[in-house]
Ligand binder design. Structure first.
Ligand SMILES: [Zn+2]
Length: 311
């Protein structure tokens, strides 16, 4: 089974994260000062207004401006008119079990990791042209393209969580570090589609061994932990090979080698460097559509492939 390579990934845990942390730290005293001022002003106003009625003003200083991901993950801030939110929001009481059982129909589930990027709109255009749906496991790499998450979702595709930093050394340094990173990308996605989806794809897949460099045995623990929290992780049973540097022809050839699979969960990437994947995409779709396959987005009825955990 092919692995998920990311040799050419250039992590930009640069500035985005530092900026955010800096922002939070930098604004905290100001927000606190404003809160105290506001509370004082309101207190006086309410006290004055309520003197006549005799009610005591609330001692509660007002809204808590902190917004932790774990809180937001269970807040269920879903769009009221979005039936997919009810199905796809993370929910510890509605666990989707892993299974290799196919749905009995010829189905391709394209999965795009490491976007959104400059290539995501091109991917969406091709999907729409062919009446195909896909699943995007997103990263926090480029805030300029975060709005593509909503665009992809509104087109009928599914959004999953991949990683905020995609930095193996950071993400796999400890269980806490993994979930801190997951919560960060969860917040990005929630900001775009209104809820935190239950779908997760581990950087490198669950069978990655690189995590062993940073924390021995962590994948075993994370595989159990994400499910205990109501997430489900999706590996893949087919690979486009585009994790490595590939020509479009190679991507087509790799991707079209699964004609005997009823359900194909195909690993692809829509990172900024993956132009050949975009070039290859029409031919991949045409190949499988000619064989009677439908291209669908992952939902809770989709098979859930798990690799063998190796760390
Ligand atoms: Zn990735």
């Amino acid at each position: 089974m092919s692995k998920h390579f990311n040799q050419d990934w250039t992590p930009r845990q640069d500035s985005t994260e530092n900026r955010q942390h800096g922002k939070r730290r930098g604004h905290a005293p100001l927000v606190m000062a404003m809160g105290i001022l506001l509370a004082a002003v309101l207190g006086i106003a309410i006290a004055n207004a309520l003197t006549a009625s005799g009610d005591a003003p609330s001692a509660d200083g007002g809204a808590d401006s902190t917004n932790s991901a774990s809180a937001s993950a269970s807040d269920g801030q879903t769009a009221p008119n979005d039936p997919r939110a009810a199905e796809l929001a993370v929910d510890p009481d509605a666990q989707t079990d892993w299974s290799f059982k196919n749905n009995g129909e010829k189905t391709v589930y394209l999965t795009f990791d490491d976007g959104p990027s400059k290539n995501t709109q091109r991917v969406l255009d091709i999907l729409n042209q062919y009446g195909a749906k896909a699943t995007f496991f997103v990263v926090g790499h480029d805030p300029d393209y975060y709005d593509m998450i909503k665009k992809a979702y509104d087109d009928g595709n599914t959004i999953g969580l991949h990683s905020y930093t995609h930095d193996y050394a950071k993400v796999y340094s400890s269980e806490d570090a993994y979930f801190d990173d997951l919560d960060q990308i969860a917040q990005v996605v929630q900001g775009q589609i209104g809820y935190v989806p239950y779908l997760v794809r581990f950087p490198g897949g669950s069978s990655n061994t690189i995590s062993g460099k940073y924390c021995s045995g962590i994948m075993d623990k994370l595989a159990a932990d994400v499910q205990a929290r109501g997430y489900q992780y999706y590996d893949w049973n087919a690979s486009s090979g585009d994790g490595a540097v590939c020509t479009a022809e190679q991507v087509v050839e790799n991707s079209c080698a699964y004609d005997d699979y009823p359900n194909i969960i195909l690993l692809c990437h829509d990172a900024a460097t993956k132009d050949t994947t975009v070039e290859a995409l029409p031919r991949i779709i045409e190949h499988y559509q000619a064989l009677g396959y439908e291209f669908k987005a992952i939902d809770r009825s989709t098979m859930v492939p798990h690799h063998k955990v190796a760390n």
